[in-house]
Design a protein. Structure first.
Length: 35
């Protein structure tokens, strides 16, 4: 059970990191458009 909880926690943190990176990436793209 505990290993499943840890895995859940890891994936939650990973999703958080991915979301933050996506927000930063989107912000940098809007500041520096690729066009």
């Amino acid at each position: 059970m505990s290993s499943y909880d840890i895995r859940n926690d890891d994936s939650a943190h990973t999703a958080e990191k991915v979301a933050k990176v996506s927000v930063v990436h989107a912000a940098s793209l809007s500041l520096h458009p690729l066009s």
